[in-house]
Design a protein around this ligand. Structure first.
Ligand SMILES: [Fe+2]
Ligand SMILES: [Fe+2]
Length: 491
């Protein structure tokens, strides 16, 4: 019995700790941005509550109820921002601004058109944008605040419409965060209005349907057909504008991630032509990192795209990196200067960030460039310098960092470390040997403090090792030559 309670308590504690994930401080937002965000929140609260003060004569009770509504909205906006920061620790002030401006726009639209436009068309399209750019939980939080606070108390919304609104908006928020292509988005924007049409028909009644006999065809609230038609139109427009939102607010939707992962993108194409060795290394890392991320339940699309761009900085001097030398002379031997060599290695990070800026790569992707190297020591050149008794500090031979700040960038660092070792491994090596090599490399990174900010748990590191081993087994399998028989011509 006591054992059971202990196990339950341990589980609850574990779940609590996981819910607090990630524990690191969210990105710092400048004071001026904070002030602007706060002012917009005040504006939302004023818009949502001022009508309560327009009653005459005004009783203290009315003022109290206004104050209550005002505080409630302000408080909810604050919670919305907190939720968004929790779901996206690297959220920028522009993105927070987008969330609350959408809330402001919806409250203002409700005030101006609530009796004319269906609440479905006001709340569902912004939920789609937020779920695509900032995730389902933020979108759900946004939907709950936007649906429950109605600035105009005179506008009574039908309970059934309210129910349909909540169901449709939740479906859009949940699916919006997972959708991986523009085609699926299009399907969503067609099926949700169709679903809302039928549910309104069933719950509200078909007698309210008017097809073409009204002048204000689209703008009639409660008119089942026009409600759904307007919703479909607004959703289609939203989809059209999502790429613009992506570039203005730096949103990283799944569709954008997949577009960036296209190997025909100019930067990746250049990598494959000018630095073929690095390109091969990148592809193998993609495989390792993807498998490990799948094992621990991380963001696979993010890591695949991040891995593809992690070493683009090597384009500035491809032949300075061993994988591109192809038996030719090693420029490091020619200059014979460990300090200069270390600078070239650091330059692959700095130049990579420059390429990322030039190609407008989103921040979560460009983060992979410095974080995959963290503050690792360039051991080979450090010991070479030490041998010559050059007066140096170890820090001159460390990458500038920062160390990985997310589970995904940490996995990439580990994959980057293991890739060359696994590739160089003897084909007849046993699983145990491969696992030992992987564990040794990962342990050295751990001991060096590189994984401290990544929030990878011990269990997750164990799973990552198993994942790398699985990929190694796959590589070995591919390298084994199949026996061919002379008669076997059909395969
Ligand atoms: Fe690198
Ligand atoms: Fe690399």
């Amino acid at each position: 019995m006591q054992n059971n309670i202990t196990t339950t308590l341990k589980k609850l504690f574990y779940l609590w700790r996981r819910s607090q994930f990630p524990v690191k401080q969210p990105i710092k937002i400048s004071r001026i941005d904070n002030l602007i965000i706060f002012l917009v929140c005040i504006l939302i609260s004023i818009i949502s509550s001022y009508k309560l003060l327009l009653i005459s004569p005004l009783n203290p009770a009315d003022i109290f109820s206004w104050l209550l509504t005002f505080t409630e909205i302000l408080f909810s906006s604050g919670i919305l921002i907190l939720v968004s920061k929790k779901e996206n620790p690297t959220i920028s002030s522009r993105q927070i601004f987008l969330i609350i401006t959408l809330l402001l726009a919806v409250q203002a639209t409700k005030l101006a058109f609530a009796s004319n436009i269906s609440p479905l068309s006001m709340i569902i399209p912004p939920a789609l944008i937020i779920s695509q750019g900032m995730g389902s939980i933020t979108a759900l939080a946004w939907v709950s605040i936007a649906s429950f606070s109605w600035p105009d108390p005179a506008v009574a919304i039908n309970n059934n419409i309210f129910f349909i609104l909540l169901v449709c908006a939740s479906v859009v928020s949940l699916l919006g965060g997972r959708i991986r292509s523009r085609a699926q988005l299009l399907q969503l924007s067609i099926f949700v209005p169709i679903g809302s049409f039928f549910s309104q028909w069933i719950l509200i009644g078909k007698d309210k349907i008017s097809l073409i006999n009204k002048q204000d065809f689209v703008l009639t609230n409660g008119d089942v057909f026009s409600d759904s038609l307007l919703l479909a139109i607004v959703m289609l427009f939203t989809i059209l504008f999502i790429p613009i939102f992506e570039s203005i607010f730096g949103l990283l939707t799944k569709a954008r991630l997949l577009e960036l992962a296209d190997k025909e993108k100019p930067l990746i194409r250049r990598l494959s032509l000018e630095a073929p060795g690095t390109f091969e290394h990148t592809l193998l890392i993609c495989g390792l990192a993807e498998e490990a991320t799948r094992m621990i339940g991380g963001d696979i699309d993010l890591i695949k795209t991040g891995a593809l761009y992690h070493d683009v900085g090597k384009l500035h001097a491809p032949n300075w990196f061993i994988e591109n030398q192809d038996g030719s002379k090693n420029p490091h031997d020619e200059i014979d200067d460990p300090i200069r060599s270390a600078e070239v290695l650091q330059a692959h990070v700095d130049e990579g960030l420059k390429y990322a800026r030039k190609n407008r790569l989103p921040k979560p992707i460009s983060n992979f460039i410095p974080e995959h190297q963290g503050t690792l020591k360039m051991g080979y050149f450090f010991y070479k310098a030490k041998e010559r008794n050059i007066k140096i500090s170890e820090n001159d031979f460390r990458y500038n960092g920062p160390i990985p700040q997310s589970r995904e960038t940490a996995i990439l660092m580990l994959a980057d470390g293991c890739e060359a070792a696994l590739r160089a491994m003897n084909i007849n090596a046993s699983d145990k040997e491969a696992l030992e090599t992987i564990s040794k490399i990962i342990y050295s990174r751990q001991k060096d403090g590189q994984l401290e900010d990544s929030n990878l748990s011990k269990g997750e590191i164990f799973l990552i090792k198993r994942a790398f081993l699985n990929v190694w087994k796959r590589i070995r399998h591919r390298r084994i030559q199949y026996p061919t028989s002379k008669n076997n011509t059909f395969s």
